[in-house]
Design a protein around this ligand. Sequence first.
Ligand code: GTP
Ligand code: MG
Length: 199
Amino acid sequence: MSEKLAPTDIHERFKDRPTDFGIKVVMMGDGAVGKTSLVLRYTQNTFSPEYKQSLGASFAVQDLEIKQQKVKLVIWDVAGQPSFRQVRRHYYSGAHGALLVFDVSEPSSFMTLWNWYNDFRRIVPQGAVILIGNKVDLTEKRMVPSEAAHMLQRWWNIPYIETSAATAIGVTNAFLRLANQALDRAFAQRQMRNNSEAP
Ligand SMILES: Nc1nc2c(ncn2[C@@H]2O[C@H](COP(=O)(O)OP(=O)(O)OP(=O)(O)O)[C@@H](O)[C@H]2O)c(=O)[nH]1
Ligand SMILES: [Mg+2]
């Protein structure tokens, strides 16, 4: 599959084939870092500069072809404001991966990454996680340098991708990278299940 294909084109090309894998991923990170905006940019190629705080959770679905498998990617967009902390954990269960998002113009959203990461790892120890530095279009207001994110990336041994939901830079790449790694996870789980069911 070419990474240059828009998600909607991929959807059109493979819509008549049955799904081989259902993959669940979740959006994580503080309120206002751009989780909803990233999902809307990826699935609908739209962007709004207004902030409409998410309440609870919603999901978007994207059909993809990865490694000759037809994959249904279900993206759970969970509210990042602290009042939703208890609710959010319910959505982590059964996830194959997560996009862990901070805002490069808001250092406090970088400082809380440990909490997000640990909360997710407690529930999904083996899931794929990709670290995302969002809003890189705000070059004048940027406060968190790439080096700081690279430090965390090395510590956790996960990919780091810089994105802008406003300009679309890095967005498709981030979701496809996550879908690829999450598919590996789902595949391993299926193998384990098959092995344990074998006589
Ligand atoms: N300049 C710029 N603004 C962005 C970008 N991504 C999101 N925003 C803006 O940041 C604000 C918050 O974006 P949301 O996507 O609603 O943030 P969220 O993480 O879903 O927030 P919660 O739903 O409260 O958890 C909105 O005003 C967006 O327009 C970006 O890449 N660049
Ligand atoms: Mg939101």
